[in-house]
Design a protein around this ligand. Structure first.
Ligand code: BGC
Length: 336
């Protein structure tokens, strides 16, 4: 299995492996590898795509949008500072509608592999994003912590927490079919981040440039012809990963009634629960989960520093206290 040769499709800009700047010691390289747990409260999700930038406030218990979904065009050229202005604008609209948001977790999906809070490759966004300090600049602009995650991984987290990958054993692969093809591999309930399966090579080209949504239009293919090529891609994924379930999401899945009958797989094939909103829901969930994990770690560290004699007394009271000390994923605030 090889990743596509950049010379055979539009060349994604990629960083050199050593180019990891400003990494805090002990920082996790990629986001959201934790197991999904039920969360409560709200979080704000942002989804940056090649054409549109969207945001909404999400109820983490139900995955429902508790504000409108605000969308603006992603500026062209999509260089980082211009896009961050647009992100700030859609976030501003969400917060205007929601009212005071306190320390609500904020998650942002970006269309490229993410390591240490930075994009490492940019196929559908300006090359200036490669190694740009996306997390730092976004946090400064929005004035709050921001959890940055690959957009397809965000969609995968939405399916894992609330949708078609929830409580499913084995290997589940979500593909988001839009301009490009994004992937989220979920193994035994855990996301394996940054899989980039849309860049696998099919007939000497990056699969997404041959069987992605934009490719179908560019090549003027009927849905039947497109599905024939897409089936080859699915067969390749099955050959290498032997998934238990393939989940199809992304914009092209909105038109699934036009091609679903042509698709053939050995494993189970299902439509994603979330299409348009998966990136926003998953980015919000991933941010909520990261806040939850951090709070649990802080509570454990605080408990470990207490003198042993105090630790051994009244354990029930202690665990209640540590729960109330921990920063909840989000404090649900009233709207308006
Ligand atoms: C990018 C992926 C992204 C996908 C969907 C691909 O070109 O490399 O990181 O998930 O597009 O946006």
């Amino acid at each position: 299995m090889s990743k596509s040769n950049p010379s055979s499709g539009p060349a994604p800009a990629a960083a050199t492996p050593s180019a990891v700047h400003g990494v805090a010691p002990g920082a996790a390289p990629a986001a959201a590898t934790a197991k999904a747990v039920p969360l409560e409260g709200v979080a704000l999700g942002i989804d940056v795509g090649g054409t549109g930038t969207k945001a909404a406030m999400i109820d983490l218990a139900t995955a429902e949008l508790v504000t409108g979904r605000y969308r603006e065009k992603t500026p062209q050229p999509s260089e980082p500072h211009a896009v961050i202005e647009v992100i700030a604008s859609v976030v501003g609209k969400v917060l205007d509608e929601y009212g005071t948001a306190g320390d609500v977790p904020v998650g942002c999906g970006l269309p490229g592999p993410i390591k240490y809070g930075r994009m490492k490759m940019a196929a559908n966004l300006d090359k200036g994003w490669v190694d740009f300090d996306a997390t730092g600049v976004l946090e400064e602009k929005l004035g709050r912590p921001v959890h940055v995650i690959n957009d397809a991984d965000a969609a995968g987290m939405a399916e894992l927490a609330y949708g078609e990958a929830k409580d499913r054993a084995g290997t589940n692969i979500l593909l988001t079919i839009g301009t490009g093809i994004g992937s989220a591999v979920i193994s035994e309930g855990r996301l394996v981040p940054n899989t980039e399966l849309g860049h696998l090579e099919l007939h000497d080209q990056a699969a997404e440039t041959l069987v992605g949504g934009a490719a179908r239009k560019r090549l003027g293919l009927s849905w039947k012809k497109w599905a024939k090529g897409f089936n080859e891609y699915l067969a390749m994924l099955e050959f290498f990963f032997w998934p238990d379930r393939l989940i199809l999401g992304g914009g092209v899945s909105k038109e699934s009634e036009k091609y679903w009958q042509y698709l053939k797989t050995d494993c189970e094939l299902v439509k994603a629960r979330y299409l348009n909103t998966s990136g926003i829901i998953g980015a919000a969930y991933a941010a909520g989960l990261a806040a939850h994990e951090q709070a649990a770690q802080e509570a454990a560290a605080a408990a470990a520093t207490k003198p042993a004699s105090r630790r051994s007394t009244n354990s029930a009271a202690r665990s209640t206290a540590s729960r109330s000390r921990s920063r909840k994923p989000a404090a649900s605030k009233k709207r308006g």
